[in-house]
Design a protein around this ligand. Structure first.
Ligand code: GLN
Ligand code: ZN
Length: 733
């Protein structure tokens, strides 16, 4: 019985790759230094899998930035603006595509399916010339050979590559990306031939696009492409194995049971690559045994549901987590061991003590009083099936709010955070480490809030924020105060390039022991006569940016968080906060769409209990919401602020197409991701464009997102120009 791992995290157990990359980009270390760190990380991984007993060990799942960009390099599909013509692609061109350089911006990046990983989007068109230009896959394979480890080189499959691409600028919309296939396949053939020459007997083609509902011609492209590659593949096992995620797709097992091609291998992904929970080994074993009956003993391979890229690296480095919670978890390194243990058990060499320790951990998790909170369970269960929304419809609410708030037309506001200075971070760090007293901490944060309030008053902004100086991160801040959450020291997951996130772990029923933000928000409100926005993170975003428990449906966890946030909303209202923003920055990330019903419902639960005159804002961190506009309207917020400045046209088109929208809306008027300071004219121009499609009484003026990562020298003039632009247009209306 064999074992296989789809792919492995690249960053290293302590984010070694991140630091090596950033030091190289900063010119503080050489290309050789970077290569050395990377080679060491790779060899550690290969040796680890090899000594764990994994039979099919992946190679070429390492990437300096992204595996799709690696494929772009392999195919020589470099957009002309990067000035590359021929020759092996090196760091220069590669990192220019990933991050831009002094004269050319980076290629676009977008989310990888429903994960938080981002890939670099290839740009293709009829003109594209391709040639085999990065031998990385072969080089990595040879590297493993030299280490005495036999591996399976992994390639992004040709069809998924094309379907993950976008049209290069200026290419006619009718161009079919799949028509590039005849240019791509010869290069894949070269790569395959070279890998074969180097001794590879298996190659793994990742074709994740296969999970989508595909039209007939796309499906044909898959079969056509592999039929053509087959000739090159022969002798190399042809296409003799299929790997499936048996965790996500609830119907996959049944489909396999009803028809699986004779004589092919099934790589059964039973160990979840997307979370951090220990596998239920006994249950997996039963699944595997039933599959054995279908494909045959010698054709079943135990595998992970997807690449382990999307989970944390190694539990060994978690020294702060308590032993009980730790026993419930498995990061990438532990999942490798699980896969191997399952394969051995199937082969009749069951490691009894490993299996019984696993069973004991699972049962402790099931029965732990830390996991279950009866009253939370009851309250969440009571929500199901019923609807929650504010009793009064939005127009009447907006009138009631306006009576109280008395805002000018085109009111100005910001999204929440103000710049986080080095000193500020130091104050938070020292307070956490108990190096400064609570009293000193509160004093320092109050001073920071006062500074932010004064700046906004001076700028004449209409609805103020307190600046979020007490928050490290918009999810962690709330997770730390809610029960049911745990935090890791090194549970990093790659988000893009060298950027990683450290999602909290939701292990138990979520409740709110006490108010989380009321003290800071009311303190801030006491400093000004203008409305101060309370600032919360919404339940869907907290859910989507955490590792979520797998022992109950996601929506149940989401409802629990919604109830906790609801209590906070109502406490803010009682504390005199009349405008409350509930950020749903990550609403989009949980798609597919069937999730939107309970996601939107969860949002409404948080604020269905407030008075008409309390104004509920929400904020979203993306622009292309054309496809989910009706869900967004159904959230029933009074005001929504959205990222927009990089895609005016897309947003405008929604409203041009006649979508009826009556609530307040603030499409970001400038990009906060860039240090550039937009001029008053430029912002005014944007506002005018919006006014052409939206009623003037619903339009708000605000930046794209929070200002946390910017400097005050950028923020002050940019906001000044923003307020000036709003005033200019008000005077013309
Ligand atoms: N209120 C948050 C902030 O301004 C929102 C951040 C976000 O949308 N990602 O920082
Ligand atoms: Zn945002």
């Amino acid at each position: 019985m064999a074992s296989h791992i789809v792919g492995y995290p690249r960053m290293g157990p302590k984010r070694e790759l991140k630091f090596a990359l950033e030091s190289f980009w900063d010119g503080k270390s050489t290309a050789e230094d970077l290569q050395k760190v990377s080679a060491d990380l790779r060899s550690d991984i290969w040796k680890q899998m090899s000594s764990a007993g994994i039979k099919y060990i992946p190679s070429n799942t390492f990437a300096y930035y992204d595996q799709v960009l690696d494929t772009t390099a392999m195919l020589g599909a470099v957009p002309p603006r990067y000035g590359w013509n021929s020759g092996e692609i090196g760091f220069d061109v590669y990192f220019s595509m990933a991050r831009g350089n002094a004269s050319v911006p980076a290629m676009e990046m977008t989310k990888w399916f429903d994960t938080n990983y981002h890939y670099i989007v290839p740009e293709l068109g009829p003109e594209v010339k391709l040639s085999y230009s990065s031998h990385k896959a072969v080089n990595e394979y040879k590297e493993t050979k030299a280490l005495g480890v036999e591996t399976v080189p992994v390639l992004v499959g040709p069809v998924s590559y094309l379907l993950l691409s976008k049209l290069a600028k200026g290419v006619d919309k009718s161009f079919d990306l799949l028509s590039v296939l005849p240019k791509v396949l010869p290069i894949y053939k070269e790569v395959i031939a070279e890998l074969k020459g180097a001794g590879a007997t298996w190659i793994q083609f990742d074709e994740p696009l296969f999970v989508m509902d595909l039209e007939g011609h796309k499906l044909q492209a898959f079969s056509g492409a592999y039929a053509e590659l087959e000739s090159t593949l022969s002798g190399l096992n042809g296409v003799t194995a299929f790997g499936f995620d048996l965790i996500r797709g609830t119907k996959t097992i049944d489909l396999i049971k009803s028809s699986f091609p004779q004589g092919k291998y099934l790589f059964a992904g039973v160990v979840d690559g997307r979370n951090i929970w220990a596998n239920d080994l006994a249950a997996s074993l039963i699944t595997l045994q039933s599959l054995e009956g279908i494909v045959g003993k010698d054709k079943l391979v135990v595998s992970t549901s997807c690449s382990l890229l999307h989970t944390a690296v190694d539990l060994v480095n978690e020294t702060k987590l308590d032993a009980e919670i730790k026993s419930w978890l498995a990061f990438a390194a532990q999942k490798v061991v699980e896969v191997d243990a399952l394969a051995k058990a199937l082969a009749g060499q069951k490691n009894e003590s490993f299996f019984s320790a696993n069973a004991a951990a699972l049962s402790s998790r099931r029965s732990s009083p830390r996991v279950t909170n009866e009253s939370v369970q009851k309250a969440a269960a009571a929500l199901k099936g019923s609807d929650h929304r504010r009793a009064t419809e939005v127009n009447a609410r907006l009138d009631a709010q306006q009576k109280k708030l008395n805002l000018p037309i085109l009111p100005t506001t910001t999204i929440g955070s103000f710049p986080q200075t080095v000193e500020l971070r130091k104050v938070r760090r020292e307070y956490k480490a108990k190096k400064i007293s609570e009293e000193d901490y509160v004093k320092a944060i109050k001073e920071e809030i006062k500074k932010v309030v004064d700046i906004q008053e001076e700028l004449d902004i209409d609805v103020l924020v307190h600046g979020e100086p007490e928050r490290n991160d918009m999810v962690e801040y709330f997770g730390e105060q809610l029960s049911g959450f745990a935090f890791t020291a090194n549970g990093w997951v790659q988000s893009y390039g060298s950027r990683c996130v450290k999602p909290p772990i939701i292990y138990g029923d979520v409740s709110r022991p006490k108010p989380m933000t009321v003290f800071w928000s009311s303190t801030a409100q006491s400093m000004t006569k203008r409305p101060m926005k309370g600032m919360l993170t919404g339940p869907v975003t907290i859910l989507n940016w955490s590792f979520v428990r797998n022992d109950q449906p996601r929506h149940e966890t989401c409802y629990q968080i919604a109830l906790a946030i609801k209590d906070e909303v109502e406490d803010l209202e009682k504390g005199g906060i009349g405008v409350i923003q509930i950020d749903e920055a990550a609403l989009r990330e949980g798609l597919p769409s069937f999730y939107l019903d309970w996601a939107v419902h969860s949002f409404r639960i948080t604020n269905c209990g407030v008075q008409d005159s309390t104004q509920i804002h929400t904020h979203m961190c993306y622009s292309n919401f054309n496809d989910i506009i009706h869900s967004i309207i159904d959230m029933d917020a009074d005001v929504i602020t959205i990222e927009n400045s990089r895609s005016d046209e897309k947003l405008l088109s929604v409203f041009r197409e006649g979508v009826k929208y009556g609530a307040g809306i603030g499409p970001g008027v400038y990009d906060i991701h860039s240090p550039r300071i937009p001029s008053t004219d430029e912002i005014a121009d944007r506002i005018n464009k919006m006014l052409a499609v939206l009623e003037q009484n619903i339009l708000w003026v605000n930046p794209d997102c929070g200002l946390k990562t910017r400097k005050y020298t950028e923020v002050k003039p940019a906001l000044k120009n923003m307020v000036d632009a709003a005033k200019l247009i008000r005077s013309q209306l």
